[in-house]
Design a protein around this ligand. Structure first.
Ligand SMILES: [Ca+2]
Ligand SMILES: [Ca+2]
Length: 288
């Protein structure tokens, strides 16, 4: 038994002994209450130096003269690191990169574990489309976008927190996607457009920025260039206290869906706290 930051003077090792029978029902043999006092002076400094105490003899409850149980005990100090409640929630398990900022100005595991629940959050998530990489100027078929000249990429997107893992296109139809970017005669445009989601007193786990890229054509139908899923999980331990101190996460590739080409789409995101007033919960004057 580990005691992590608490006090303890008595312990009862409650023992239940049964005779196991495979054919008939088991017979209860006896129950024991093995009560120990823990004198502070008997606590060893570590497991190596901890000696077992003398053997104690216990009679069952209710009393039975024929059955005895023998126990012994040792008590020793443990390092605080043995007291981590859940290794899966330790910051070291998921936080990478020097210079990451934590809200509350700390990286202590206690605070981090509280944040990890992500309940009742007032946060904003900015997802930035960084660049489309289509050096060969091809459409979804793998053939050139246009007979002459480069592609004319037209990008629509939907930041999906409702069914982020659902198959393409997810809960919205393509015409419901938001227009994000348009360029003419450019195969690999730098996009630098943000799509934002604000969480007002709720929670969010995974997000999927669903992106639909078309080659726009004036004389004929538009050609699809590619569909992308930019999926990530919000890490509440990396939420910045405000937008000015928030760092962008490293740029990553979105997942290309159903494409006969090697076109890439890059994105990055950042997450930061917002005042509750930005959720319309309380009135604050403008230009403050
Ligand atoms: Ca075309
Ligand atoms: Ca075109």
């Amino acid at each position: 038994m580990d005691i992590c930051g608490g006090a303890l003077s008595k312990v009862n090792l409650r023992v239940h002994v049964v005779d196991v029978d495979s054919i008939t029902t088991n017979d209860n043999l006896s129950n024991f209450n093995c009560l120990f006092d823990i004198p502070p002076r008997d606590i060893a400094t570590n497991a190596q130096s901890a000696e077992w105490g003398p053997s104690n003899t216990w009679t069952p409850t209710p009393t039975n003269d024929k059955i005895r149980l023998f126990t012994r005990m040792r008590v020793y100090q443990i390092p605080a690191s043995d007291c981590r409640v859940d290794d899966n929630l330790s910051p070291q398990a998921t936080i990478t990169g020097a210079g990451d900022r934590f809200r509350d100005g700390t990286s202590s595991s206690a605070v981090a574990n509280l944040r990890a629940t992500g309940q009742n959050e007032f946060i904003r998530i900015d997802v930035e489309l960084v660049q489309l990489l289509n050096p060969q100027g091809v459409a979804q078929t793998g053939k050139p976008c246009d007979p002459t000249g480069a592609c004319d990429p037209f990008i629509t997107a939907y930041l999906d927190a409702d069914k982020p893992l659902a198959s393409w296109p997810g809960p919205k139809t393509l015409p419901e996607f938001t227009k994000v970017f348009k360029a003419s005669n450019t195969n690999s445009p730098i996009i630098n457009k943000n799509i934002t989601k604000t969480i007002c007193g709720g929670s969010v786990n995974k997000l999927n920025l669903r992106v639909h890229v078309m080659d726009s054509d004036t004389l004929s139908h538009n050609d699809p260039i590619g569909d992308f899923a930019c999926v990530f999980a919000v890490n509440y331990r990396l939420v910045a206290p405000d937008i000015s101190s928030s760092d962008w996460m490293p740029t990553q590739d979105c997942i290309a869906l159903n494409q006969k080409n090697d076109i890439r789409l890059q994105y990055r995101y950042r997450v930061y706290d917002i005042p509750q007033s930005e959720c319309g919960i309380q009135f604050t004057p403008k230009n403050q």
